[in-house]
Design a protein around this ligand. Structure first.
Ligand code: AMP
Ligand code: GLY
Length: 420
């Protein structure tokens, strides 16, 4: 099978690494890829949000299967164009991508299928929005409706902060993404992520994870895309996961099918869990980054069969082979991230790191400059390890970070603290 993966971050490096282990993988191309991906696959420069260009590339390269990593091509309808051209694609349609690209769409789906989530209201004018907040009281959560690069959520501990967030969002802080605000009840509990493959009808869970969103140790500092993750998530016990599947995921998938927009791809359910009851915080329509890295470390080569079955509507025929193992990934980021940071510093020591089925350093934002690996992103490396226990995975991954010589980078020392 000739396979094309779209994307160029740590998520896509881990997908490529896992897919490559499957003997069914012949040629593997990643667009655009990065310096780490280039060590295991061909990288191609391609505008991955342009469906026609991707379709032409697939035809020219005799691609049999396309795996879409990030949300932007999904929201841009790339999978629709590819399917219309007869390609087998893992990744949802533009219509189904609204589960990530519109918070008010997701809320309407939850209403329609009675899925447990925070109580909410939505507004396009600031007066009624503020009156609603005043009536509800704080804490309360204000969200821009559309995609705002993870910055469109304000958890307001007082009414004044909530009012200011409403003014900012409706005042154009996020452009069109903030033309509507969703105001939600504040949910208490512990957060975890649940990843479920869906072929439009059948659902197949492929793992649970927890990440660390804040930049610094002790969950301090600004919010980031994620500074580390581990799998499985202890709070998502079998009983809680079953409830999430029965009360949230399956009804959502059924509702999407009823509307004529079946969901085919991976549903990433962000859950808040309290007293054994999960409630939906949000959906994403892709694997999490860096959550994907720990899932791929645990699943290995079988992921290709699972994703391909998903894309062909054959999920009921396959089952993941689970080991009773744990994985952890530690994100190394450029000093300054998630604010402004310098690009172009050199990373040394990578060539001496172990690369085994249980130890791998995935590249998130790197480029090869005359043989030197240089940092080009905010999140740059994902140091990932697997063990029989979380403690073992933690020890292995932190031992690897000690071998990396990159003075311009930083990482959290307490990934997994809640579970350890
Ligand atoms: P979202 O982009 O919707 O995932 O929101 C980002 C983060 O804000 C979540 O990961 C939660 O930590 C927090 N959050 C969002 N909605 C709520 C809510 N209704 N109650 C409490 N925390 C929330
Ligand atoms: N790590 C969070 C995300 O991928 O959205």
């Amino acid at each position: 099978m000739n396979i094309l993966i779209l994307g160029g971050g740590g998520r896509e490096h881990s997908l490529a690494w896992a897919v490559k282990q499957n003997p069914k993988c012949d040629r593997l191309i990643v667009a655009p890829g990065n310096a780490g991906i280039a060590q295991i696959a061909e990288c191609a420069a391609l505008d991955i949000e342009d469906g026609d260009k991707v379709a032409t590339f697939c035809a020219d390269n005799a691609i049999d299967f396309v795996i879409i990593g990030p949300e932007a091509p999904l929201a841009a309808g790339v999978s629709d164009v590819l399917r219309a051209n007869g390609f087998v694609v893992f990744g949802c349609s533009e219509a189904a991508a609204q589960l990530e690209s519109s918070k008010s769409f997701t809320k309407s789906i939850c209403d329609a299928c009675d899925a447990p989530t925070a109580k909410y209201a939505h507004f396009t004018r600031s007066g009624p929005a503020k009156d609603y907040v005043t009536a509800q009281g704080a804490p309360i959560v204000i969200k821009a409706d559309g995609l705002a690069a993870g910055k469109g959520v304000v958890v307001a501990m007082d009414v004044a902060t909530a009012h200011a967030a409403i003014d900012d969002m409706l005042g154009g802080q996020f452009g069109a993404a903030g033309a509507e605000v969703v105001i939600e009840e504040f949910m208490e509990g512990e957060e975890a992520s649940y990843f479920i493959l869906c072929d439009g009808e059948t659902v197949l869970p492929v793992g649970t994870a927890q990440d660390h969103k804040r930049a610094f140790d002790g969950d301090e500092g600004p919010n980031t895309g994620g500074m580390g993750a581990y799998s499985p998530a202890p709070v998502l016990t079998d009983a809680v996961a079953r409830k999430a599947l029965d009360e949230i995921v399956k009804p959502t998938v059924a509702e999407m099918a009823n509307r004529g927009t079946p969901f085919q791809g991976v549903l990433y359910a962000g859950l808040m869990i309290k007293d054994g009851q999960p409630r939906l915080v949000e959906y994403n329509v892709r694997f999490g980054d860096p959550e994907c890295q720990v899932l791929m470390m645990r699943l290995g080569g079988q992921i290709l069969d699972l994703l391909h079955a998903c894309a062909e509507g054959r999920l009921s025929d396959v089952k993941p082979n689970w080991a009773d193992d744990h994985a952890m990934t530690i994100v190394m980021a450029a000093d300054g991230y998630p604010g402004s940071y310098e690009k172009g510093s050199t990373i040394n020591g990578l060539q001496d790191l172990p690369e085994t089925s249980s130890e791998m350093t995935f590249h998130a934002g790197t480029t090869d400059k005359d043989g030197a690996i240089t940092a080009t992103g905010g999140r740059v490396l994902n140091v990932t390890a697997r063990g029989n226990t979380l403690r073992e995975a933690h020890a292995k991954a932190y031992a690897m970070t000690a071998q990396i010589d990159w003075p311009q980078g930083f990482f959290r020392r307490d990934i997994g603290h809640r579970a350890l």
